[in-house]
Design a protein around this ligand. Sequence first.
Ligand SMILES: *Cc1c(COP(=O)(O)O)cnc(C)c1O
Length: 423
Amino acid sequence: MSLIERDSQHLWHPYTQHKTAALPIAIIKGEGALLWDENNKEYIDAIASWWVNPYGHSNKYIADAIYKQLTTLEHVLFGGFTHEPAIVLAEKLLAILPTNQKKVFFSDNGSTSVEVAIKVALQYFYNKGEKRTTIIAFENAFHGDTFAAMAASGISFYTQAFQGMFIDVVRIPVPIKGQEQESFDALRKVIKNNNCAGFIFEPLVQGAAGMVMYEPEALDQLIQICQDNKVITIADEVMTGFGKTGKTFACDYLAQKPDMMCLSKALTGGTIPMAITTFTQDLFDAFYDDDINKALFHGHTFTANPTGCAAALASLSLLETSAMQHNLVRINKSHLDFKKRIENHPMVTATRVLGVIFALEIKTETSASYYGTLRNRLYDFFIENGVILRPVGNIVYILPPYVITDAQLQKVYEVVESALEIV
Ligand SMILES: *Cc1c(COP(=O)(O)O)cnc(C)c1O
């Protein structure tokens, strides 16, 4: 039996309607920006395997760091114990995060980093004896699939079966160009009419919504409004972190600083599941008390897994090399050239670039659904042509590993361009 036949006997895949979905592709090997399936067909991974892999598949440097850690101390519980990889990682991260970030809490994935952030925002006010229970989030946000993260997420596709079972979330419009004032006004009104604890947002780019982008000045303004009203701000950098926007963090474009940050995805270079939520001293202090009930009673078995920390440390060193920083500039330039070439195409209604992220919107008669026919035709076309891209409705985006070669990147552009001829 082939791997695919064996897969379909026992496995249940994410975001998949198994009755109608095409069979998965069995990947047996990866190197750099390339993946190979069981028939040895080659693919360019133009979305860095769901935005996790900046430094290339099967990266030797990260693998060596993992092996070294695995054979020194693979894991130890983090309740009542600590270890050097977690300490060094916290030191290194805090040195590059916005300067108000002082404390680091570990978990396992982007969703749990968001759960931790939302729980801390809610318990912060609980500990202070203040009734604030509403969380503010953007329309079409995506913050993950666990319950609080899902509550904060606004894409109905992911959450509609659970409506009515969520914590209290109020939504405001994203301040895209021309709609900034509407967003500011909505935020002021929401804060006035609710007991708001926190505001969670994807800074500058809403990934799962289709790489929707907005300006740092607008986010600065929203953060300022929150600060004026003592509403805690949470920057979900799970997607944008570690270089994707051209700076180390999207928040580096801001004049303001968020109170909390969520990190995952590229944290370990796409090797080991791990996430981090970071906090200001003021947030930590609200839990620091003689009363044990004021502590944060949250944890995961694999919290601060040393092997994950070692992978994260190796990843950070790679990101800091001048070669990797040069890649960010190279890919951005290349995206801007492609944008120029394609933006006037009759089938293209919008294009956007920030850092290594490129997105274009394809003209459609009706509004394209998230996993609709157009999306599936595009997806199949890309796969046939050996390029892994997962369009969101009528939006095609590219978010490659930073190590993608110029030739590979040009092939991705060419395939996207020819896809416009088939729609
Ligand atoms: C992917 C993502 C998450 C969820 O991360 P998981 O590791 O899939 O749980 C949360 N927030 C943002 C912005 C993301 O892109």
